[in-house]
Write a protein that binds this ligand. Structure first.
Ligand code: ADP
Ligand code: MG
Length: 352
């Protein structure tokens, strides 16, 4: 994606310090809690009497991203989103990030500039401060590790272990689009290999491709929950598909759950592309990944506060642990939810 005709500057020309200065020259400070940012031995953050949340995610070329269809600017943006999503999943406000990059000399300075343009755009959009990081060489490929910090009233922290039987299971946004966006991009990559002159028409898939290449973390949800005066009993971000996240909450909280297939929020574009690819859309919502939506549980008494909100969908409820975790299909069959998906409807059917 960065193989264009613009001038190339090798990483060694700038040197490590020159490169850091160059990449971070547009970094701005938005948060009053950032006392010291880039340029010292360590950043200094002061969150007064609130709790600090910290989370890290690493993205490795060839494992988490493929530069054949992931523009570097999008990669930088997404690397920040992955981390902010984890902060919001704690019901916290994201405030700072650190950015560590390892790149081989296959990458010119201009490529890292693109990456950094995505990172600084994300920082600006989400009002988080880039307060430090590390920049080093790698023998092959690109690695980005971001650490995000956030602040939260200790009474409002939502972990994975607070769900109780009869709580409602709630999902933000819609599911499966990012995974189907990846399928569309993979298909175009194969077409391109056979015919490099083929012009892909991605217009019908715009929403899906956007969800894959430029995901947005749900910064609005902790604010919305505060405005609705709802304190979730547990929360997690949906990065590996709904099944996996429900299992995390149930295991941590020692409870079971029922998810209703008909309630799972799907964008019409996901339904139509699943038909085109001949894949079951429920499977995609349950086992696809990278939606960066939030899954949370609330007490039944909060039903009226959330029922009409267009951002929120009640997809099921929590049960006693011994009842297990199930998907209730449109045909009213109960199918156990398993860690690595439940690809076959024919396995382990349990009639209700
Ligand atoms: P040190 O030798 O103390 O590790 P460095 O020379 O690695 O310091 O970094 C100098 C400053 O630049 C530090 O404030 C560090 O946090 C920051 N920094 C280094 N790399 C990055 C990066 N990729 N993004 C943001 N800040 C960075
Ligand atoms: Mg360093």
């Amino acid at each position: 994606m960065f193989e264009d005709n613009s001038p190339k500057t090798s990483l060694s020309e700038l040197g490590e310090f020159g490169l850091i200065d160059h990449l971070t020259r547009f970094v701005e400070i938005y948060q009053p809690s950032t006392l010291k940012g880039i340029g010292d031995d360590a950043a200094v953050i002061h969150h007064k009497d609130e709790a600090t949340v910290v989370t890290t995610d690493m993205l490795v070329e060839g494992v988490h991203f493929d530069l054949a269809y992931m523009p570097l600017k999008h990669l930088g943006y997404k690397a920040v989103m992955v981390n902010l999503s984890d902060v919001y999943a704690m019901n916290a406000e994201a405030t700072q990030i650190t950015v560590s990059i390892a790149a081989s000399n296959r990458f010119p300075v201009e490529a890292l500039e693109e990456l950094y343009a995505g990172i600084t755009l994300a920082a600006k959009t989400y009002k988080v401060d880039v307060v430090g990081g590390d920049t080093t060489s790698s023998t092959s490929g690109l690695v980005i590790s971001i650490t995000a910090l956030g602040r939260v009233d200790p009474k409002k922290v939502t972990s994975r272990d607070g769900a109780k039987p009869n709580d409602l299971l709630v999902v933000t946004g819609d599911l499966g689009a990012a995974y189907m966006g990846l399928q569309v991009l993979e298909r175009e990559k194969q077409v391109f290999k056979v015919n490099p002159n083929a012009q892909p028409d991605l217009e019908p898939y715009a929403y899906l491709v956007e969800r894959q290449l430029k995901p947005e973390a749900r910064k609005d949800i902790p604010d919305l929950l505060a405005a609705l005066e709802v304190q979730p009993t547990s929360m997690i971000d949906i990065s590996d598909g709904l099944s996996s996240e429900v299992i995390h909450i149930c295991k941590s909280s020692k409870v079971g759950a029922n998810i209703f297939e008909e309630k799972i929020p799907l964008d019409p574009a996901v339904i139509s592309v699943c038909e085109e690819f001949n894949i079951d859309s429920t499977t995609i919502a349950l086992n696809g990944g990278e939606d960066y939506e939030l899954l949370f549980t609330v007490d039944q008494k909060d039903f009226d506060k959330i029922k009409a909100n267009p951002n929120l969908t009640i997809v099921g409820h929590i049960t006693e642990e011994r009842e297990g975790m199930h998907l209730v299909t449109r045909g009213n069959q109960k199918i156990p939810i398993k860690a690595q998906g439940w690809n076959s409807f024919d396995d382990e059917k349990e009639e209700d």
